[in-house]
Design a binder for this molecule. Structure first.
Ligand code: G6P
Length: 614
């Protein structure tokens, strides 16, 4: 989603901004721009599409650009107005002296715009952000102080925002503020950075300050001052970032997605280290603060998440209920937050998020926290806003995931859910010791099994080629692989734009079966266990309607040969752990279809890696 980078110091700013934006571009965007404080004015450069277009735009202005040492930059994922140059950030006030970049959505921008137009402001773009530029500039006209103008303007804003602002009359200065959107200040030697995420400046400094909501930071090359919205100065709390600069390298793979799929065995190994030593030792989750008494007092668990994380949450529900006998509800965060939800001190609320920043999930978590629920966060970003709200944390340690389509973070979330469910079952004593031992032993063997799938991926690639010309694709499964069907379909939709849907196989006959004919691929996730025979019958029903049948299975049952046109076999695994194995071929099918169709696999159209607007 949108990204912000700002810098003020002694060094030329252009490359710092472009490089910082490049570190954020994996998050998904559709236009970009920078504003530079030059000798007597602020210059703004913008371009549609990828950052290389902005670089081209800048190349003809080389001389004036090299001198500037203060600037702000932005990549935009369109919310209000099409992804055009006019709508790209930075936005300016009428006279062009004030520039602003913004992540988030200003909900009352229409009212503000009407007021400002009545005062004579002329708007150029369709964005909500431009209203903020005019608002701050109109206040600046009276108070002649940028920090104060931002403080006063922020009181009139509704919605979510991270803002960075410069004014031509206050050279060398950037003012930054935020509400419900991340903003971090990086501290260098006689220089400061400001960004919406750490990768934008981590190669320059590991010292940082996380702004909290409504704080206003004023940065110059030598000084950093943080105040609240009422001008009270706040002590600067510097943190050492637990990050190493990571070279975002594909390591020889054609796409980040393929590289990240291949990293999955090691991701599981990394998670298990220190948490699951042997099949006889108890699970260790140091950052989970659920006591025996808290667990005993729980009458319910509520899991909230979005997208791929929601599918991990659905598997989580299944296994927690199975292992721990506690009722679990799962809901998309965006649905959860706008209805009367019932959570209290006896509800454990689990938020699942790769980024830890997804606006809907963050809001849901804050709501539940205010009602006294214990908040447990499963995230790949232990430094994120969600992690900061957590009473208990399960860091999934998947490493940075660059491809917009989540793969290794999903596997990491699933693994973490298994660890958590086993951990709670051990405390509650709800599982037989022999079952615990067997499951743990199978978990330790998962990495090798995924390696086996990856070693024989040609069969999956062939399957992808065979079905890549389809307009629609159906995935069916039952039980704890129903979320796997949803995830397989989501992966395919996201990167190939094929209309793919996952169904609980028993529901096929209640509607979707009407769509089946000889053009429709139906992929059946047929893992051995309680629902195997049932799913086989559902697959027969689809076959009887001439659908193009594909099996993903760990069964060697010969009768599958007659029923299915294509069979993908995975290593044998206990039913309870099968979602971790079954999803890998589905990730590969989606990848190979999209790659074969020539799609932009790592940065699919319209999508963003981290969605910081509701
Ligand atoms: C975006 C991404 C998805 C992701 C979802 C939830 O839509 O494109 O891949 O699953 O956000 O993100 P989160 O960071 O909360 O897991």
């Amino acid at each position: 989603m949108c990204g912000i980078v700002g810098y003020t110091g002694k060094r030329p700013v252009v490359d710092i901004l472009l490089d910082g934006l490049e570190q954020l571009e994996y998050r998904g965007y559709d236009s970009s721009g920078i504003a530079l404080k030059c000798a007597d004015s602020i210059k703004v450069y913008k371009a549609e599409g990828k950052l290389k277009n902005l670089r081209e735009e800048l190349s003809s202005h080389a001389y004036e650009l090299t001198k500037s040492v203060t600037g702000i930059g932005h990549i935009r994922w369109a919310t209000h107005g099409a992804p055009t140059v006019v709508n790209a950030h930075p936005h300016t006030c009428g006279c062009g002296k004030l520039v602003i970049v913004h992540n988030g959505i200003i909900e009352n921008y229409k009212e503000l715009k009407t007021e400002l137009e009545a005062k004579g402001c002329k708007f150029k773009s369709q964005t909500d952000t431009e209203a903020v530029a005019h608002l701050i500039a109109s206040i600046y006209g009276e108070v002649k102080d940028l920090t104060k103008s931002v403080q006063l303007a922020a009181k009139k804003l509704e919605g979510a925002y991270a803002l960075c602002i410069m004014h031509n009359d206050e050279p060398g200065k950037i003012v930054a503020t935020k509400r419900n959107a991340p903003l971090i200040i990086g501290i260098g030697e006689n220089e400061f950075y400001v960004a919406s995420d750490v990768p934008a400046f981590i190669k320059h400094t590991k010292k940082a300050v996380y702004l909290t909501d409504n704080q206003v930071a004023t940065l110059t090359a030598e000084t950093l001052k943080i105040e609240d919205e009422n001008e009270n100065e706040i002590p600067v709390k510097v943190e050492q970032l637990p990050w190493e600069p990571v070279a975002l390298s594909k390591m020889g793979y054609k796409h980040f997605m393929l590289k990240e799929i291949h990293e999955q065995p090691d991701v599981i190994r990394n998670i298990l280290v220190g948490k699951l030593h042997t099949c006889d030792s108890p699970i260790v989750l140091d950052e989970v603060k659920l006591t025996r008494q808290t667990l005993k007092d729980l009458n319910r668990i509520q899991i909230i998440a979005c997208g791929t994380s929601l599918h991990a949450a659905m598997v989580g529900k299944y296994i927690i209920e199975n292992f721990c006998s506690i009722p679990v509800d799962v809901e998309a965060s965006s649905e959860y937050i706008y209805r009367k939800t019932v959570t209290d001190a006896h509800t454990l609320v689990i938020g699942v998020s790769q980024s830890g920043e997804t606006a809907d999930t963050l809001t849901a978590i804050k709501q539940s926290k205010s009602r006294g629920s214990h908040i447990l966060i499963i995230t790949n970003r232990p430094d994120s806003a969600m992690a900061r709200e957590a009473d208990s944390l399960v860091p999934v340690s998947a490493g940075i995931e660059v491809s917009v389509a989540a793969t290794k973070s999903y596997i990491a979330q699933l693994t973490s859910f298994y660890l958590l469910a086993l951990y709670m079952a051990e405390i509650k004593g709800t599982m037989a010791q022999s079952d615990l031992t067997n499951l743990k032993s199978e978990m330790l063997a998962l990495p090798q099994k995924i390696e086996q799938i990856l070693a024989h991926k040609e069969n999956i690639q062939k399957c992808a080629r065979k079905y890549s010309n389809t307009r629609d694709f159906i995935y069916i499964a039952r039980g704890l692989n129903y979320p796997t069907a949803l995830e397989g379909a989501l992966k395919l939709k996201e990167i190939s734009y094929i209309n793919a849907t996952g169904y609980p196989a028993g529901e096929l006959k209640h509607g979707p079966i009407a769509m089946l004919d000889e053009t429709m691929p139906v992929l059946s996730i047929l893992m051995k266990g309680t629902v195997y025979e049932k799913l086989l019958s559902n697959s027969e029903e689809a076959k009887a309607r001439n659908a193009r049948m594909i099996a993903l299975t760990n069964s060697t049952d010969e009768k599958l040969q007659d029923l299915f046109d294509y069979i993908i076999t995975v290593p044998d695994v206990t039913e309870l752990l099968s979602p971790i194995i079954a999803v890998v071929p589905l990730q590969l099918i989606a990848y190979y279809i999209a790659e074969f169709l020539g799609k932009d696999v790592d940065q699919p159209r319209n999508l963003a890696k981290s969605v910081t607007v509701e």
